[in-house]
Design a binder for this molecule. Structure first.
Ligand code: GLP
Length: 244
């Protein structure tokens, strides 16, 4: 779905999320959201905060699971995805703290395996992800599932691709400061979501969007796996659609 601007597209996405939250509220049920970081989803979060402030949209029935976190990473670091999510969304809405889940970048290495299994269990126990929001990296990664990630992969520790680390270098004031690893939900975890919305804005994403949408399904471009999902939309602006 191609929109004139990222603003319009984000409004559309925020409305879809808000509609589901309201519908479930009427039924006395919970909603499970899979959330992403990066610059791409920030306008969606701005709209959700706006709906909360201006229309009283409540998040008391919302459970969230974030896709990923750098490793190691302290939650109060300016680079942490915990801090990102608090600043862009959670600090401004009435979500219950115990309903927010973000992979923990402070774990001891030997605890990572069990922790990742538990993360998967928590998603399952919550009833599975209703809507998964995604961005896309220039390597074709979704979450931090870099090239080589398998369709069945689950939450785990991964090594970041050099291109991904280069893209993050300016935020970290130098490539040497970008963590080499991350924790991420797997491709399989993402594919289990009932609905997936991948967003991309700008010319810089045009080439990878072309590969993800029109290319052969392959591990070297993990976003191509989304072609297998029967309820996945790519919501993009004109610039990101320019190579299609
Ligand atoms: C990071 C995140 C991804 C995100 C990607 C793109 O690698 N882990 O989830 O999709 O960046 O970032 P941006 O939205 O800033 O282009």
């Amino acid at each position: 779905i191609i929109y004139e601007s990222s603003q319009e597209a984000s409004f559309f996405v925020a409305n879809e999320i808000a509609d589901l939250i309201r519908q479930r509220q009427k039924q006395g049920k919970q909603v499970v959201l899979g959330l992403a970081t990066g610059s791409t989803p920030t306008k969606v979060y701005d709209f959700l905060v706006k709906f909360h402030n201006e229309e009283g949209l409540s998040f008391k029935n919302v459970i969230t699971f974030n896709l990923d976190e750098y490793f190691p990473m302290e939650p109060d670091s300016i680079h942490s995805y915990v801090r990102f999510m608090n600043e862009h969304l959670f600090d401004h809405i009435d979500i219950k703290k115990e309903n927010v889940h973000i992979p923990d970048g402070t774990l001891d290495k030997e605890d990572v395996r069990d922790y990742c299994h538990e993360y998967e269990d928590k998603i399952r126990t919550a009833g599975g992800i209703d809507i998964q929001v995604l961005g896309i990296g220039r390597t074709g990664h979704i979450g931090f599932n870099e090239p080589g990630s398998s369709l069945k992969s689950k939450t785990r520790m991964v090594r970041l691709d050099r291109v991904t680390r280069l893209d993050a270098a300016s935020d970290f004031f130098g490539l040497e400061n970008v963590p080499a690893k991350a924790l991420t939900m797997g491709v399989g975890t993402i594919m289990a979501a009932k609905r997936i919305i991948l967003m991309a804005w700008g010319e810089g994403k045009a080439e990878i969007i072309k590969q993800a949408v029109e290319g052969k399904i392959k591990e070297s471009v993990p976003a191509t796996f989304l072609q297998h999902h029967d309820n996945c939309d790519f919501i993009i602006d004109h610039a990101a659609a320019s190579s299609l």
